[in-house]
Ligand binder design. Sequence first.
Ligand code: PXP
Length: 251
Amino acid sequence: MAQIIRLGVNVDHVATVRNARGGVHPDPVAIAKLAIAAGADGITAHLREDRRHIRDADIERLMAEIDRPLNFEMAATDEMVAIALRRQPHAACLVPEKREERTTEGGLDVVGQRRHLEPAVRELVAAGVRVSLFVEADAATLEASAAMGAPVVELHTGTWCEAIAHGRADEAAREFDRLAEGARRASALGLEVHAGHGLDYASAETISALPEIAELNIGHYLVGEALAVGFPETIRLMKAAIARGRRKAAA
Ligand code: PXP
């Protein structure tokens, strides 16, 4: 078990605020630097097909200007694979993408989409990019992810977080058990286990108690909290929540 869990800070919604006025402020690269100075272990950015938040120039600048790993979130399209191969980020997290969705709505269909995903995974891995697959925590998906040669899976925590947020305690408990079992299974398959989507201080603390978790990727909540207490303080509070959770795993 790693003593610390890396925090990847997703700056997509800094770009959302910027794009609301079509200008250059706030700058996701400047905020990424602030986050790193406050303790972020990496930066995550999702270049969507419709460029609704992060733009190509943001990825270019993040690669050039930040001194922590960039986790490039992307759909497994020819266009995005070409960009990832050209930019060579530290990591690429493959996600499903639908034009009409507000945010990524679930994990990849690794079993059904195997023929489509496998060449992208192979090319990126061969180029030295650490590939993670954003997946639901079910056995068949995790086994197919390992068989495809991806070194990492990111477990989709969105359904669990939604259940908590809406007070559906039974569903939340079931979802958490599924995540815990999935984390164990993924680790036993030799996969590094990340998690993300919808996490806040409390859920990040809870999931950090799962010993297999090596990294959390968090965005929307951090950007929202930063309105109240500022980005650096938000990162410090999130790091503290994660550290509390990890101490429970060690206990
Ligand atoms: N991980 C993945 C794969 C995602 O698609 C997202 C959303 O962009 C996140 C993590 C971060 O989710 P949130 O913004 O809800 O913290």
